[in-house]
Structures are given as structure tokens and as C-alpha cells.
Design a protein around this ligand. Structure first.
Ligand code: PEP
Ligand code: MG
Length: 876
């Protein structure tokens, strides 16, 4: 036995068994078919696979790796055809009584591969020898594992039959290996019509061929294609001398990870099982030991402190080699610790951030390397509550995940019901066919929003993202009936108001009942990580925030400024809505002025609060955008209530609604068109902004330059008209107050014409902010509110690579952006460029903007950290 771990045998030289040929990566460089593992061996991942390369890397650091041989992917293809070399050094080892293991070494570990085979070389003669050296029990265990592994994975006999044999061999003291072995050998012989193969070389050849074929078989190909592997994905194989995890003394095997997979903090975790081999310790039906001393049960540290110390030492070395936290597979052989493999430690996003920060602090990686290690999109896992991975809720339907995070609550079907639920202290989920501005209060009160219709940029989705609420839209399998207050499922079942459900706004899943949730946590490493992102990035990241409450959130998420205040959202509060409606119903100019005079202090108050909160940072306020009918009641009952409140006949209300109705309101009387035809509204808004800015100056002694943004322009003359009125208001306020004020006028580029005419429009403004929600809608001729109906199918069929409302269509809309940026800056190189559509929170779109030289993107508060990291990565 001892000769099997003789160090002399661990330094077998390289061998070349076939004439060299061009390798699979297409280069002309040639590599041997088989390389003996050594510190000096050249074992590129692209030729021999990731596991073999890892073994050599560990050997270079003098770590104890069992002797072995790596087979190139091209060689493995030949094994599949039954072509084997005449002689190879493995033969010498096998002849010398060494048992070997056979493991896959795919070019990319994520591709998986067939199962490991242990104890190749076991046969009756060796069994007898081992009985003499290690005893009957150990010898039986070695042979039994090999016979069963070979029978199932190489001879392809049914695993269940061997499970039955093991079951039948169970005694009160555990499995009787001798009985199980005898039955397994007999079963093999009867099924295969031949005795179990005894020649170690023959065993190895059969095993190599079978692994090569399993890799190339249909199910292997399908499995790895699902994991992103190319059709010609290569498989290297690794044969290593067995280190014995079974014997007299401290023998065993296990897996160790040196940091917590959920927090990333230093915390040795893993499992160890004495007298075991391979990954036995991971078998949860077995009672494994802890690694470090633990009150809950026995540990390796207590059983063999020396092994434990070695394991910890090796763990630290492995971290230094890979400059990452790793998980190691190890075997203890008579107290000695052997490493079999090292793979990146398991981690969630929170842990990934903590690990990256810690590695920088240890001097193992640079700040930039740390920033590159976390995908920005994954940050949403840290920013929002998630369904506990241990919970297994039952799915009831599926929609499109439109605002990330998870929440549970009782379903309610109206905005007042959501408000009432909140007043009772109950969590609710607002369920609507679609939401409208009337639902704003309910959306503020609910814990999540579910709509039967709508797309990723529908009203519900946009508002939910601003509020940081989970939202699922376009759940078209369900049917929402607000009259009967029920949801009908495809199988006819109905859910009544009050039924508890859980939404996952990241995946679009809807579950029965209250699933366990994991709450978000912004810990020190998270803040440090984002502070580094801020040091690196050159592009600004602002927030879309409509109310002082949103602004507070924007600040908490590290926003540089506010890139879009949608002022219409300030009018949806019930008190203000009534005044807005009075304005809409006013027949005479004086009545309009009265209503505007009431709205002025409300707007000014909001702006004052926002300016104070932002304390001098840039704030960009958009003048009123939506068509006026959005402020009017939709149901008959609401219309009657409005008529009562205003003391006018119901018929007048319905007539005005009729007057304002449009066939295509999104292409109608809205944005700057409304600003030009009903100019008093913009006048009032400009005055509110200027007066609030002067209040800030009064209070702080510092001046600010608010940005005023005109929506939906398509011609320079529109901007000129608005600008002349705003200038007049600015002059009026200046002379009333006797204080100079400054402001910047900008436009939203939301129509293709505005993009085309950017050079012309830039003459009248100082900044342009791309409203990519409308610009996408108008470029595709695709309603952002209706796209959800077919978008999933479109993406599934690959008609669109991705929902263009989610991730910027760089080929089409992106080209318009680049063209407009170039034209806009042609005569005005310092024209400020930003983007404030929902794409501002999408990492790929942020990267696009950074590369295009934009000054900032503006996104919902909760997306700010994602955009900060994406902007930093664009700079790496
Ligand atoms: C846009 O169109 O991209 C935009 C930001 O404006 P809104 O979503 O309010 O139409
Ligand atoms: Mg818009």
C-alpha cells in the first residue's frame, strides 16, 4: 500500500503517445496527448481543461497534489473511437499496484461532465493484498466502490439495481460491504455475461472510452448546451493516483470553504467524513463531521488537529494562488492532507462583494479587478428583498418581472383598498388590469403591484421602479376582474380579495401564500465597493425622482443629482388633483389663473424641499408632459363626484372629457405641444422653480442653477417659443425679488425628429436628455403600454434579442442617440448630454452611454448602485 503513495512515483515524466497535431483552439501549437502533472508541466486550460490546469497551478505552489496525468481534449476524442496508445506511463503505475481515479477536466467547469470514477485498478488480487494491509472492511469498501462505479458508469448497468443490493446488505451496524461486494460482482457477471474485468489497464481503457462517449452522447450535449457550451466543447480527462481516504489512523475526505457563502466573511465551512472517499462527505444522508471545533458535533479539528492546521494553511495558500476565495476538495491519508481540486467558493452577490473588498484589502487584487468581479445587474439581489433560496413556494402564474424584489401580501383590487390595508398595518399587493394615475396613492400604500397587461415601461412598471416596489406586469395567464374582486387562473380557480400571494418582480413569478423573504442589507463592504466605483467612473449617475420622498431615496442610494423630476406626479395627490381638474375645466382666463395660483405654492413647496435636500447638486425639472385627460376621472361614479365637488352638471364633466379625448393621446396634445397651447401652465411651473431657487439662496447664501427641461420637442421653434416665455418669467421674478437668478434650459430628445434635428435644436438649449422610453416607442412605432402582449414571445422567438424597453436597442435607437449627440455637439461642444429613460438603470445601456461620452444617465433610485457600477466598469 505505502508504495502507492511513494513520492518517487509521483514524479513520472511527460509522455507523447501520438504524433502531435493541431489543437482544438485552432492554433498550430502542439501539445502532448498526455502530460504528467508536475510543477513545470505546461497544461493550458484550452487543451487539457480547467481541472488539470488547476492541479498544476497548485503543484507549482508546492501544495500536495496526488500524482497524475492530464489527457488533452483531442486525445479524449480518440479514446471515444477506441484508439489508445501502445504504452503510457499510467501502465507503469497500474502495474506497480497503484489505484487511480478518473475525473473530467472540461475546458470550462460550468459545462459539467460525467461522474468521477475512483479506485480503478482494484481487482481480486489487490483486494486480497489490501485485506492483509488494511483489513477486510477497508478492502471491501475500496473494491465495492469501484465495482459499482464501473458497473453503473462504464458498463451502464442500472444504478437502482445496485441501490437495491446495498439496501439488502444493510445490517444494524451499517452496510455489510462484504455481502454487498459479493452480490455486486455476481450481479455484474450475470448481467454482462462475463466476469468483472480484472486487468487494471483494461479497466482504465474502458473507463476512458466510456467517459469520452458519455461526453459526446446526446444527453451530455443537451445538458452542456443549456449551460452555454459550444457544440464542439472539449473535454480533457485527468487520471490521478488514489489517495486513500480509508485506512488505519486518520483517513477521510471532505470539502472546505474558507468564507461564508452568504456574507463573504471569514468562516470555515464544509464537511468532512472520516473513512470515506471522493465526495462522500457531501452525502447528506451521512452524518459528516464539522471541520472546525463545533458544539453541535465532532470535528476534524478535534479528531486530528494536525490535519486541520494543514487544511487551513493550504486554504490560505490557495487563496493567494487564485487571488480569490476557493473551495477545496481534500483527502486525509494517515493525517496527511491532499488537495484534489480547487474551485471558486460558492457565494451570493453580497458575499461576492465582501470577498472582492477583502481581497483588495489583503493586497491580492486591485480595486479595478474587484469592480470587474461583480455583474452590475446582480446588485439588485442586494438592493431588494428576495425570496429565501430555502423557501420553495408554489408558482401560480407568471408575468414579466418589471421592477425587482419580492414581496408578499393580501391581494387588493383598488387603490382605496390598498390605502385601507396600509392603515390596518397589513401588507397588500395591488392587482389591476393596468394602472393609471388614479392608482398612485394605492401604489404608494401597496407592497407590490401586479398587472394583467402592460409592458416593462408601462405606468405600473415605471412608478413601481421609482418607488422601489416589486412589480409584475403582463401576467396574461390570469384574468383580473375588479368588479367581482377576483383573479381567475387558467385552470378556472379563483383568488378572492384578501388571498395572500408573493410576487417576484425580478423573475416575473407569482406564488401562492407568503414565501420566506431575505431582506436587503447595505453593509460596509457594499458601501466601500460602490465608493470605489465612484472613484473610477467618469459619467454622472443621477436619479429620476418626483417627490421629496423619492429624492431622499436617491440620496440614500448615492445619486449625483436629479436627472428627471416628472412634475405631473406632483399633481396626483388628491388635494392637488382637484385643483388641477379645476384648471382643466376653467372656461375663462381668470378661472385658470385662480387655479394656477393655487397650484403655484404647492409646486414651489415641493421644489424648495427638493433643492434643500439636494443641497446644491444638480436638479433637472421637466415641465408638464402628459395629456390633460390623464388628470380626469375615468369612471362614471368618479365623474359624478367631480361634478358635485365643482358644483357643475355631470354633463359638463363628460363633455369636457369628450373634448379632451384623443385617438392616440401619446402622439397627441402633450409635452411641449400642451406647453405652447396652454402656456400658463409652464409659466406657473417656471415661476415655482425660480422662486424655490431663490428661497434656497436666501436660506443658504448659495445660488443654484436649476435645469428646466421641455418634453417631447421635435422642432427648434418649439424650444424658442417656450424659452422666450421662461426668460420673461425669470426676468419678472428677478425684478420682483431684486436678486439675479440663473437657469439652464434643456430638451428631452424623445421623438426621432428631435434626434435628427439635434444640431438645430441645440442652438436654443444647454442640455439634451434622451427620453429613451418615448424614443424607443416612437422609433419602433411600438406602444410602451401594449408591448407586453407580445414581447415575451418576440424575445423567445429571437425576433428581438431583448425587450428594447428594458435594454437599449443599440442598433436602432442607439444609432439615433449617437447621431443626435454628434449633431448636438457639432456647434456646441459643451452641450450637456444625458439619458433619463428607464434604460438609465440597465447596465448594458449605461455602458453604451459612457462610451458615447454622455455626461450622465438618470435612473430610478433603486437602480442607482447598478448604474454606478456599470459606469465604473465602462471605464476599466
Ligand atoms: C422617456 O420618455 O424616456 C421619459 C423619461 O419620459 P416618460 O417616461 O415620463 O415619458
Ligand atoms: Mg417621455
Amino acid at each position: 500500500l505505502l508504495c502507492s503513495i511513494d513520492t518517487q512515483m509521483r514524479s513520472l515524466s511527460q509522455c507523447v503517445a501520438y504524433p502531435p497535431e493541431a489543437q482544438m483552439d485552432g492554433t498550430q501549437e502542439t501539445y502532448p496527448d498526455c502530460v504528467a502533472l508536475s510543477a513545470t508541466a505546461e497544461v493550458p486550460v484550452s487543451v487539457y481543461g480547467a481541472r488539470a490546469a488547476a492541479a498544476v497551478e497548485l503543484l507549482r505552489a508546492n501544495l500536495p497534489i496526488p500524482n497524475g496525468w492530464a489527457f488533452a481534449a483531442d486525445t479524449v476524442r480518440k479514446f471515444g473511437r477506441g484508439e489508445f496508445p501502445e504504452s503510457w506511463p499510467v501502465s507503469t503505475a497500474l502495474k506497480n499496484g497503484v489505484m487511480v481515479s478518473l475525473r473530467v477536466s472540461p475546458i470550462n467547469r460550468d459545462w459539467g461532465g460525467p461522474e468521477t470514477l475512483l479506485n480503478i485498478g482494484m481487482n481480486a488480487a489487490r483486494h486480497k493484498d489490501l485485506i492483509d494491509t488494511l483489513g477486510q472492511e477497508a478492502a471491501d469498501a475500496f473494491y465495492l466502490r469501484f465495482v459499482q462505479g464501473f458497473a453503473i458508469n462504464v458498463a451502464r448497468l442500472d444504478a437502482e439495481d445496485f441501490d437495491a443490493i446495498l439496501d439488502r446488505s444493510k445490517t444494524d451496524a451499517g452496510t455489510d460491504s462484504a455481502t454487498a461486494l459479493a452480490h455486486s460482482l455476481a450481479y455484474y457477471e450475470s448481467e454482462m455475461d462475463m466476469p468483472f474485468p480484472q486487468d487494471p489497464e483494461d479497466q482504465l481503457r474502458q473507463a476512458l472510452r466510456s467517459m469520452a462517449n458519455a461526453w459526446n452522447g446526446a444527453s451530455g450535449r443537451i445538458l452542456r448546451a443549456a449551460r452555454g457550451a459550444p457544440a464542439d466543447a472539449g473535454l480533457g480527462l485527468l487520471v490521478q493516483e488514489m489517495v486513500l481516504g480509508i485506512g488505519k489512523g486518520e483517513f477521510g475526505s471532505g470539502i472546505a470553504q474558507f468564507v461564508s457563502p452568504t456574507t463573504g466573511t471569514v468562516n470555515l465551512s464544509g464537511r468532512y467524513l472520516g473513512q470515506s472517499q471522493g465526495r462522500d462527505a457531501m452525502d447528506t444522508t451521512k452524518t459528516a463531521q464539522y471541520l472546525a471545533q463545533d458544539k453541535r458535533g465532532p470535528s476534524l479539528e478535534e479528531a486530528c488537529p494536525e490535519s486541520f492546521m494543514l487544511l487551513q494553511r493550504y486554504g490560505a495558500q490557495v487563496r493567494e494562488i487564485y487571488r480569490d476565495e476557493m473551495q477545496v476538495e481534500f483527502t486525509v491519508e494517515d493525517g496527511q492532507v491532499w488537495l484534489l481540486d480547487a474551485t471558486p467558493a460558492e457565494r451570493n452577490v453580497r458575499a461576492a462583494i465582501a470577498i472582492a473588498v477583502n481581497l483588495v484589502e489583503l493586497g491580492l487584487i486591485s480595486r479595478d479587478q474587484a469592480l470587474a468581479r461583480v455583474a452590475p445587474r446582480n446588485l439588485s439581489e442586494v438592493l431588494h428583498a428576495q425570496i429565501d433560496p430555502k423557501a420553495a413556494p408554489k408558482q401560480l402564474a407568471m408575468g414579466i418581472g418589471a421592477s425587482p424584489g419580492a414581496a408578499s401580501g393580501k391581494i387588493v383590487f383598488s387603490s382605496p383598498a390598498a390605502v385601507a390595508a396600509q392603515a390596518r398595518g397589513e401588507a397588500s399587493i395591488l392587482v389591476r388590469v393596468e394602472t393609471s394615475p388614479d392608482d398612485i396613492r394605492g401604489m404608494h400604500s401597496a407592497n407590490a403591484i401586479l398587472t394583467e397587461r402592460g409592458g416593462i415601461n408601462s405606468h405600473a412598471a415605471v412608478v413601481a421602479r421609482t418607488l422601489g416596489l416589486p412589480c409584475v406586469v403582463s401576467a396574461e395567464d390570469i384574468s383580473v376582474d375588479k368588479r367581482s374582486k377576483t383573479i381567475t387562473l387558467p385552470d378556472g380557480q379563483t383568488l378572492k380579495e384578501g388571498t395572500v400571494i408573493t410576487l417576484d418582480g425580478s423573475t416575473g413569478q407569482i406564488f401562492w401564500g407568503a414565501a420566506g423573504l431575505v431582506e436587503p442589507k447595505f453593509d460596509g463592504p457594499f458601501r466601500q465597493f460602490l465608493a470605489w466605483a465612484d472613484e473610477v467612473r467618469e459619467m454622472g449617475v443621477r436619479c429620476n425622482a418626483d417627490t421629496p420622498q423619492d429624492v431622499r431615496m436617491a440620496l440614500a442610494f448615492g445619486s449625483d443629482g436629479i436627472g428627471l423630476v416628472r412634475t405631473e406626479h406632483m399633481f396626483y395627490d388628491p388635494g392637488r388633483l382637484t385643483v388641477m381638474r379645476e384648471l382643466i375645466f376653467a372656461d375663462k382666463a381668470e378661472d385658470r389663473i385662480d387655479a394656477l395660483n393655487l397650484l403655484l405654492p404647492m409646486q414651489r413647496g415641493d421644489f424648495q424641499e427638493i433643492f434643500a435636500l439636494m443641497n446644491g447638486a444638480q436638479v433637472c425639472i421637466r415641465l408638464l408632459d402628459p395629456p390633460l385627460h390623464e388628470f380626469l376621472p375615468t369612471t362614471r361614479a368618479q365623474q359624478k363626484a367631480l361634478a358635485d365637488a365643482m358644483g357643475i352638471p355631470s354633463s359638463k364633466v363628460s363633455a369636457r372629457i369628450e373634448e379632451l379625448s384623443e385617438f392616440n393621446p401619446m402622439l397627441g396634445m402633450r409635452g411641449v405641444r400642451l406647453g405652447i397651447t396652454v402656456p400658463e401652465i409652464y409659466d406657473m411651473q417656471a415661476r415655482a422653480i425660480f422662486e424655490a431657487a431663490l428661497e434656497f439662496t436666501n436660506a443658504t447664501g448659495r445660488s443654484i442653477t436649476p435645469e428646466i427641461m421641455v418634453p417631447l420637442v421635435s422642432a427648434n421653434h418649439e424650444v424658442e417659443l417656450v424659452k422666450s416665455r421662461i426668460d420673461a418669467i425669470a426676468s419678472a421674478v428677478q425684478s420682483e425679488r431684486g436678486v439675479a437668478l440663473d437657469y439652464k434650459l434643456g430638451v428631452m430628445v424623445e421623438t426621432p425628429r428631435a434626434a435628427l434635428r439635434a444640431r438645430d435644436i441645440a442652438r436654443s438649449c444647454e442640455f439634451m436628455s434622451f427620453g429613451t422610453n418615448d424614443l424607443t416607442q416612437m422609433t419602433y412605432g411600438l406602444s410602451r403600454d401594449d408591448a407586453g402582449r407580445f414581447m415575451r414571445e418576440y424575445v423567445n422567438l429571437n425576433v428581438f434579442p431583448e425587450d428594447p424597453f428594458r435594454s437599449l436597442d443599440v442598433d436602432g435607437v442607439g444609432e439615433l442617440l449617437l447621431m443626435a449627440a454628434e449633431r448636438g455637439r457639432a456647434d456646441k461642444p459643451d452641450l450637456l448630454l444625458g439619458l433619463c429613460g428607464e434604460h438609465g438603470g440597465d447596465p448594458e445601456s449605461v455602458k453604451f452611454c459612457a462610451e458615447a461620452g454622455f455626461d450622465y444617465v438618470s435612473c430610478s433610485p433603486f437602480s442607482t448602485p447598478i448604474a454606478r457600477l456599470a459606469a465604473a466598469q465602462a471605464q476599466l
